[in-house]
Design a protein around this ligand. Sequence first.
Ligand SMILES: [Zn+2]
Length: 392
Amino acid sequence: MELWTSYLLPLPHEIHIADSVRCKPGGVGIVLRDQAGPIEQQGAVELEALFIEKGKAKPDGGAFTIYIGVAPANSAAIERLQSLQNKAQAYLIEPRGRDGLVLTGLDERGVYYACQTLIQLLEPEMSSEQVHIPLAEVIDWPDMDERGLWNFPEPATWIPWLATLKLNYGKMASTQLHPIERGRRNRATIDREQFEAAQQRAFNYLPYILHLNFLHDCGLFRAYPELAGKGDGALTGRYFAHKTGNQHRAPCASQPLLVQIIQEWMEDIAEQGAEEISCWLSERPGQCGCLECTAVGQFVLESRAFVAAWRQAQKRYPNLQIRIFLSTTTTVRNYRVLDELPPEVKIERACATELERVLHRPRDLMANPLLDYYAAEGRWIASYDVPIAANG
Ligand SMILES: [Zn+2]
């Protein structure tokens, strides 16, 4: 049992292996349920690939059968999985006699994770001579809805690998906001090929709209000088990763024109198949000095602009969701941003402050009373750790 579990990362919540069987890789058959969706199919394809690559045989035999698929209505499996946390990603593996294993879940995502667990169990001992199959009983679910990385290289190789570890989130660094031209509709392009490949692996490769104080990079202030934040207070400096070039400048976020530009980007991204967009507030402290902006506050207005644009975009793309990425270097008026964001808007932030570190064994805690309060109420909040003081 210990040997089996040493093959697994992450370790399932509940796993029991009392027995195992051995047979030729070619003696194993994989049976996918009728009407399996693309994510279930992907799980089966990856399991089959293991047999072909390491077992040197196509798994279409009859000595041992692996059944893969979402659980049928009213089945006992549904009953057992229904009450679990993040149940759409939960799964169950159980033996069917001594010559079969059932891999199932409430949703395709769970089925995909069941396949990953079985692949991890079979891979170390698989050879062309033999496959050692545990008659495993597993029930598993993730503690957190979303798990993954903000920055990572080579999505075409990293996403399939991350997915095998049951990680399901990555920022789409290649999201492109096209140069802004006055009077023209604004355009954005996502990496559709990788987006769809990720989707098949139950992985959210999430497009985003850049920090609003970086939009001079897209020509915002050249096209619309009136949208430049007023005064030196709107200058938002540079940080560690942006040592050269002009200082960033926050936009004048009280103007409806900003909403329209964001809306057009959102619609373009949704048109390409994405159902969620990460929306980045200005990254550093800054405040447009015009009367309307100073009365409300930069970050409150930027959040409102994203929400207003999203409401417009939802008229054509009703399933579109957004998440707001809070500034990484200031908490100015976060309490107001959190207070007025609609509950279905997710919140994400990077944890970059020494102040939030609380000594704790075995691992320090990062505590933030405001965010912790909302999280305890059930609000969806993601936190990305970055090296302390990386933002200088
Ligand atoms: Zn302003």
